[in-house]
Design a protein around this ligand. Structure first.
Ligand code: PBG
Ligand code: ZN
Length: 322
């Protein structure tokens, strides 16, 4: 008797039969950058294939997306008015408030709307919280962050997703939502979010580069994993429904560890820098785009992510790569 693993690799049918990891179109969330104005469809230079949309063109693109199964979207406000106290973040007439209402009026529950909750797109200094004496102040930031989450829920968001990394924000948002009758609005926390250089292209897209310093006093140190598990545990205790790890590709070990330590669904965010590296290499003819993209997606699933937030979503679903 000889052990011959190649028997189970002989044809695609047998390979598919024994595949240990499977992907489905349902796993993907597609991010959108929304800006003020009318008729805007502007490609983001650092992210080929990804556009800025205004609310009207967003409705058209979402309608197209729904036809290929893109029914979970993550919204970012791109060019709102900025101030030191970030007050436009919770203005119900900002682009996010308007877009949520317009999407829900047109598509109802056919579209599942997730909103990014963070102040960096709304503060003049570009930090994810408010600054006091040169330091990003935790507790005063929570007041604005919770107001922002509540505004999104009131506008009709299905899920809010805080990405600020302030301590206690998940519990604070959950409490404000519950106190205002939004106990059914779900919460996906950016639980383990690293201070990563892979966010570079996004910061151009969302116009949220910090004007001074970096985000290392609130986002996590890339060298740590135990600290990430502590963050994930805290967010779960505070009432998160889904835990997200971000970035994804360089943090597969973290995805796996979080998956092994929780009973909540685990999501990963395949971020802008990861997307741009692959997309630009594909445009330059250096790689097989479909093969590389899907290899990455299988890696996320193999590590334990059952939810993938990715700018590749449109390519994957449109071209039937799964
Ligand atoms: C805002 C936010 C960022 C991303 C998601 N939400 C940027 C940052 O924290 O600097 C990154 C997403 C991406 O790179 O695709 N807090
Ligand atoms: Zn932020």
């Amino acid at each position: 008797m000889e052990v011959r693993p190649r028997r189970l690799r002989k044809t695609s049918i047998i390979r598919d039969l024994i595949a240990e990891t499977r992907l489905s179109n349902d796993m993907f969330i597609y991010p959108y950058f929304i800006c003020k104005g009318v008729g805007v469809v502007n490609e983001i230079k650092s992210m080929p294939g990804i556009n800025h949309y205004s609310t009207d063109t967003l409705l058209i693109d979402v309608e197209e997306g729904l036809k290929i199964g893109i029914n979970k979207i993550l919204l970012f406000g791109a060019n709102e008015m900025k101030s030191d106290n970030g007050s436009t973040a919770y203005d119900q007439n900002n682009v996010i408030g308007k877009s949520i209402r317009a999407l829900k009026a047109k598509f109802g529950d056919d579209i599942y709307i997730i909103t990014d909750v963070c102040l960096c797109g709304y503060t003049s200094h570009g930090h994810c919280g408010l600054i006091k004496d040169g330091y990003v102040d935790n507790d005063s930031s929570l007041e604005v962050i919770t107001a922002m989450a509540l505004m999104h829920a009131e506008a009709g968001a299905d899920m809010v997703s805080p990405s600020d990394m302030m301590d206690g924000r998940v519990g604070a948002i959950r409490e404000v939502l519950d106190d205002n009758g939004f106990e059914n609005t779900a919460l996906m926390s950016y639980a383990v979010k690293y201070a990563s250089a892979y966010y570079g292209p996004f910061r151009d897209a969302a116009d949220c580069t910090p004007q001074g310093g970096d985000r290392k006093s609130y986002q996590m140190d890339v060298r740590n994993i135990k600290e990430g598990l502590k963050e994930a545990e805290l967010d779960e205790l505070e009432g998160a429904d889904i835990l997200m790890v971000k970035p994804a590709l360089a943090y597969l070990d973290v995805i796996k560890s979080v998956k092994d330590s929780t009973n909540l669904p685990v999501a990963c965010y395949n971020v802008s820098g990861e997307y741009s590296m692959v997309k630009n290499a594909a445009i330059a003819g250096l790689i097989d785009e479909k093969a590389i993209v899907m290899e990455n997606m299988y890696a996320f699933a193999r590590a334990g992510a059952s939810i993938i937030i990715s700018y590749h979503t449109k390519d994957i679903l449109k071209n039937g790569w799964i």
